[in-house]
Design a protein around this ligand. Structure first.
Ligand code: GDP
Ligand code: MG
Length: 193
């Protein structure tokens, strides 16, 4: 995907957020390495991967950060966060969002709860991220249409109301993953130019 000798015009940090098991790490694996794994290991801590692409004749290095989602954040519905001291929680959260110019807010179309939690993730973004951050709402696992629990229209309406981009993706089938990243990166590019 990338040519290491290439000069980089921009580095854009983008964070992946959303509940556990919605497919954040597989979306990233699909985008960064064109890989997918059905027995994906839970992400421990924070990691990032990069891919360099060309937007309007400039080379843009996308630095995509991935984390162990709700374990760290969703204090109202899971216990694991209780093992974090408040000071550690604040330090990790602020490091994760520091310098981020884009965010991909992911839910699983087959798990209603992961969509209901989106407003909490937005609240965390508003508390910790730059106010001009570009956000896309992503309904992942759209290959599982027969198990759908979140109607596309509900998510579309929510995204419109909150001023977010919106796409449904499948990391498994590779549907719209490229488009989702390009939507965010192109919008960031437009803003900085
Ligand atoms: P994360 O906790 O949000 O990082 O979720 P993972 O990327 O680890 O994925 C959790 C589980 O969902 C794994 O078993 C993945 O293989 C599966 N998964 C991820 N994306 C998709 C998808 O688009 N379709 C289907 N059917 N399964 C997916
Ligand atoms: Mg993960």
């Amino acid at each position: 995907y990338s040519d290491p000798s290439q000069k980089i015009d921009y580095v854009f940090k983008v964070v992946l957020i959303g509940d556990s098991a919605v497919g954040k790490s597989q979306i990233l694996a699909r985008f960064a390495r064109n890989e997918f794994s059905l027995d994906s290991k839970a992400t421990i801590g924070v990691e990032f991967q990069t891919r360099t692409l060309v937007i309007q004749h400039k080379s843009v290095k996308a630095q995509i950060w991935d984390t162990a989602g709700q374990e760290r954040v969703c204090g109202r519905c899971c216990d694991v966060r209780l093992i974090w001291r408040a000071s550690e929680y604040r330090a990790v959260t602020s490091a994760y969002y520091r310098g981020a110019v884009g965010a991909m807010l992911v839910y699983d179309i087959t798990k209603r709860q992961t969509f209901d939690h989106i407003s909490r993730w937005l609240e965390e973004l508003r508390n910790h991220a730059d106010k001009n951050i570009v956000i896309i709402l992503i309904g992942n696992k759209c290959d599982l249409e027969d198990q759908r629990a979140v109607p596309t229209e509900d998510a579309k309406e929510f995204a419109q109301k909150e001023g977010l981009f919106f796409l449904e993706t499948s990391a498994l089938e590779s549907t719209n993953v490229e488009d989702a990243f390009l939507t965010v990166l192109t919008e960031i590019f437009r803003i900085v130019n």
